[in-house]
Write a protein that binds this ligand. Sequence first.
Ligand code: FAD
Length: 402
Amino acid sequence: MEKPHDIAIIGAGPAGLIAAEHLATAGHRVRVYDRMASPGRKLLIAGRGGLNLTHSEPLEMFLTRYGTASDWLAPSIYHYPPQALRDWGESLGQATFVGSSGRVFPKSMKAVQLLRAWLKRLEQLGVTYAPRHKWQGWHNGKLRFVTQAGDIYAHADATLLALGGASWPRLGSDGSWTDLLTQEGIAIRKLRPSNCGFITPWSDYFSTRFAGHPLKPVALTHEGITRQGELMITARGVEGGAIYALSSAIRETLENHGKATLQLDMRPSMTTDSLTRKLDAPRGNKSLSNHLQRAVISPLIIALLREAFPDIATATPAALATYLKSLPLTLTATTGIERAISTAGGIERSELTENFMLVKKPGVFAAGEMLDWEAPTGGYLLQACFSTGVMAAQGIERFIAD
Ligand SMILES: Cc1cc2nc3c(=O)[nH]c(=O)nc-3n(C[C@H](O)[C@H](O)[C@H](O)COP(=O)(O)OP(=O)(O)OC[C@H]3O[C@@H](n4cnc5c(N)ncnc54)[C@H](O)[C@@H]3O)c2cc1C
């Protein structure tokens, strides 16, 4: 390298920090800015439920998880694949393991040790951190930040924007960058909730009695796609792994039709016939609830049946079995983006070169969740943030070398 350059990285999440590591390793002077007091806040929260770093399935299958963005992200993910991310974790003392579902986690299951070791490495590489610096666009060619001490202007030979999406805004990424980039004429696809919960009109009784109760395993079907997992009842609707996996398709249906109906199979391991036989035992003078509970149908499921089918008291065993295998669930809206796991939408691909430089702002790159892709949970979110961060770092190196 001829002489070090000043690189500004705005956003201290996984995408920004991995780019900082690559660029500082290459000998550049890297300064990371973030509006929060400490880095990696969302990464830390992601580690609260067991940090799912990536997934172990074959890469061809892995890439399909990004839907229409698969071909766009493929070069980054081939360049920095799940194994590279696992090796990197191990290099920080956080060896990983593959869970029964194929998902990859650090053995500690947490992000805290990983982040601590990572920040130490970055410090040793000379990366500096500017906390409580809220980026507010450009002024006379310099980066403008609002700080407690007033406005600050910074020069950079190249800049990486890694500002995240708009979910969980209290952790820092609030999507306010969309206005700043729109002012620069950059096309942004509207930010919307992804891997999110949905609203359904429960009765007051059902919502009060069952909010916070999980249903598992269930299989949910929407427009021919079925996903199995857990469904959590909330006061106003549903959330949980099974519905997150369908959230992109359900959100589209809601946008186009105002409501979406799912089929809920509450006995995915049984056929309708075997369930009918189970329910066909003589009922005698037992109440319907007692009869169903003897067939190991929980009070929550019985209440769900009553919400959907007012006539269940007189339903035949065959009809009950059919209801249990395909209960219609009507969803009327997504829960807010602030409660979603991730964000759909972002900087449109037509605005970016193959290594994520903004075509209209040479020297300014973008990576991570602020790009226009989405994926289900399963480690696909973090993997794409890391891979695009590495790809953007490489783009910055090339830009500087030119
Ligand atoms: C509860 C939860 C659990 C999750 N679990 C997982 C999981 O197990 N596996 C997985 O793959 N993914 C998971 N995710 C998603 C994953 O955490 C995100 O996709 C990832 O953190 C996005 O990385 P990023 O670097 O693009 O952005 P972020 O991590 O959001 O970082 C962006 C940074 O930019 C800063 N910033 C934003 N605007 C400004 C501004 N104007 N000026 C200065 N700084 C700014 C923010 O403060 C933030 O620090 C989870 C998310 C949540 C909310």
